[in-house]
Design a protein around this ligand. Sequence first.
Ligand SMILES: Nc1nc2c(c(=O)[nH]1)N[C@H]1C(S)=C(S)[C@@H](COP(=O)(O)O)O[C@H]1N2
Ligand SMILES: [Mo]
Length: 340
Amino acid sequence: MNERFQPGPDGAYRRIPLEPHQLLSQRTPTEDVFVLAHLGVPEVSAGEWSFEIGGLVDSPVRFTLADLHALPRHAVESLHQCAGNPAHPEIPTRRVSNVVWAGASLLELLETAGVREDASHLWTYGADSGTFAGAQVDAYLKDLPMWRIATGDVLVAYELNGKPLPIEHGYPARLLVPGYYGTNSVKWITRMTLADHRADGLFTTKLYNDEVAPDGTHAAPRMQPVYDIAPESVIVSPAPDAVLGLDGMTVWGWAWAANGVSHVEFSDDGGKTWRNASLESRSQWSWQRFSSEWKPKGTGPHQLMSRAFTTTGEVQPVSGKRNAIHAVSVEVKNERSKKQ
Ligand SMILES: Nc1nc2c(c(=O)[nH]1)N[C@H]1C(S)=C(S)[C@@H](COP(=O)(O)O)O[C@H]1N2
Ligand SMILES: [Mo]
């Protein structure tokens, strides 16, 4: 285990993310990207490192870092978000970045091995082991349905923002699943296995599963893996507790969802009334900038909110979910008191 990146008292090493009002650039600089490691950060020597793709394949294949570099390099701009504490899916943590990853295409690696037809899931193991939530784990293990891999842009990434992956982000190589919550993008890959069922483990079938809202046709509560990123948005400007004048300003922020956001609404009265904000288009799997010209109607406290929608009609809930609406309280004063 790495001396510099030991897990904290709750079992995870993390670097504090930027607050929403600090997410000023379209692409998050590497030093500002949040870091999450449930079991601490392992030390992996790239010289000795390689990983094998095995299980339900025609012939297992092993890749070194040089092998990965020799394959076509794919760059993907992608929103990167932590799902938050798996024991508290109701708490929004807003650990979010937007970065450019680069590496080998997982599809191309799998073609080399030849995936058998009965394979339904890819299991990916990380080099880290230890204790989390009172349970001992031999390796960080996640699974991925084959249909997501077929959709494309899943990488075995060795670069972040044009530079080799920093140790804490998964050096020498990590999985990167655009559109899926960060938990699925296994760092410090040691092994991949094709299987015909989900991987049974702490981070696959025990933690990181959400109860699906009942639809009346199923008696028992149904669970679904924390895969797709739910629609979400944050207001970057104005910052919380800003003191503003009556002259008006541009309210702006970022919005995102697994398959992109269709529109964003803005409220200046704590969610009583909403209006459409303008929304920029998505670049690959990136977040999208939204903005709204806003001229306060009067002085006093205002609660600003934004909510993102998808084409399939999903929208951010008011509370109780990891993607709940982000609210920003500001104070509007008249020109004279503002200048004092
Ligand atoms: N091997 C391994 N991979 C991991 C984790 C981990 O603890 N071990 N944490 C996951 C979680 S919960 C998140 S949010 C992302 C964070 O990636 P980052 O630290 O590069 O931002 O890595 C994921 N991959
Ligand atoms: Mo996470």
